[in-house]
Write a protein that binds this ligand. Structure first.
Ligand SMILES: [Zn+2]
Ligand SMILES: [Zn+2]
Length: 71
C-alpha cells in the first residue's frame, strides 16, 4: 500500500486546521504534518490523525522525547 493522495490531502487539511502552527511550541517556522498513528499501523488518512509540528518538535516526537498524547 502506497501513501495515496488522501494522505497528502489529509496533511494539508491538518495544517490548515492548525494554521501552520506547531502544536507543541507554537512556532510557525518549518512546520509539517505528523501522523499521530502512522498509516502503516492503520492510521486513518484523515486530518484528525495529523498534527502540525515544527521540525524541531517533530524530531523530538520521533525520538520519543515528547509524548503527543499528553496534548
Ligand atoms: Zn515546535
Ligand atoms: Zn512524524
Amino acid at each position: 500500500m502506497k501513501r495515496s493522495w488522501k494522505h497528502i490531502n489529509a496533511q494539508r487539511q491538518g495544517r490548515e486546521r492548525d494554521l501552520g502552527t506547531c502544536q507543541i511550541c507554537g512556532s510557525k517556522k518549518h512546520t509539517e504534518g505528523h501522523h499521530l498513528i502512522d498509516f502503516v499501523f492503520g492510521g486513518a488518512a484523515d486530518k484528525d490523525n495529523i498534527v502540525t509540528l515544527c521540525t524541531e518538535c517533530h524530531k523530538n516526537v520521533h525520538k520519543g522525547l515528547i509524548d503527543l498524547f499528553k496534548f
